[in-house]
Design a protein around this ligand. Structure first.
Ligand SMILES: [Zn+2]
Length: 97
């Protein structure tokens, strides 16, 4: 486990990269065909999970961003992270109870 101290709080740090190959554009629904959907950088998302009696978890997720040439819009890699977040939050709630 990697620990990092930020503002005198010691966090357990987890790094993750979220990427996938999109099959189509969520905006205009055009199917990925050759180079009409291209990778367009990434965005860092930070999520903190507080754990009772333990160091809080700092989750750093690098989300892949895509650009659709057909409609000229960008979109992000989809994630089920929120569900996992809920799971961990419920776990934390239980440990507090
Ligand atoms: Zn599009």
């Amino acid at each position: 486990e990697i620990f990092e101290t930020i503002k005198s709080v010691k966090y357990c740090v987890l790094n993750a990269i979220l990427t996938y190959e999109p099959s189509h554009c969520p905006h205009c629904n055009s199917n990925k065909d050759g180079h009409n959907i291209v990778k367009n950088g990434s965005q860092m998302v930070k999520i903190v999970f507080n754990r009772a009696g333990n160091n809080p978890i700092l989750l750093r997720v690098k989300k892949q961003r895509f650009y659709c040439k057909s409609c000229q819009k960008t979109f992000m890699a989809k994630t089920s992270l929120t569900n996992k977040g809920c799971f961990i939050s419920n776990d934390v709630k239980r440990s507090i109870i």
